[in-house]
Design a protein around this ligand. Sequence first.
Ligand SMILES: [Fe+2]
Length: 202
Amino acid sequence: MDHFWWDQGEWRGTAFDAIENVMDPFHTNELHHGFIRRRDRRLPVTLTVENFDRGIEMTIVQSEPDKGIMSRMLEGDRTRSRTRYDAPAGVQALWESDRGLTLCVTAFFTPVTKYSFRPFACFTTPRRLLPASVKKWGLKAFLLPVVRQDRSALAAQADVVASFGTTRYAQGPGDLLGNRVHKLYRGGTLPPGITDRVAVEL
Ligand SMILES: [Fe+2]
């Protein structure tokens, strides 16, 4: 495998909101419209959620890559993606095709102050024809606009929370994980097992 680490410096926002953002696949259609997924051309997928004692994993099975430009240019095909949260600060996302692993991102979200955190991520790809340095700069170039969108959304969210002084989270119909991520983040545990398997459009 080829690996590279990407230190993103300090972001405005909370580590918890950043983790919750990564664990929510539905934000990609809206916030990253055109880059990752599209809000106007959704794909039928099967979405499975599994609890672990101190973690939670979401698996998305689909028959073709996402409709955004990143997936269309970087992925040949796609059968499965998995996003796993290991409390309190680790998230690992894997994209897989019939040939095996396409990309794995292992990220750590370290709280710095009440309204800032530091994301630090390792990018892993299977060693094939492209040199590691080309993949590194290619991935960074493609991801930069997506990273900027998340960064500004999390900063805006932090500004709202700071102006109210507290959080009062609401759950919509797409929030399959409900408050489970929050419970894990605060030190709680979950009863292990598969809790959801649903057909949705993403
Ligand atoms: Fe995002």
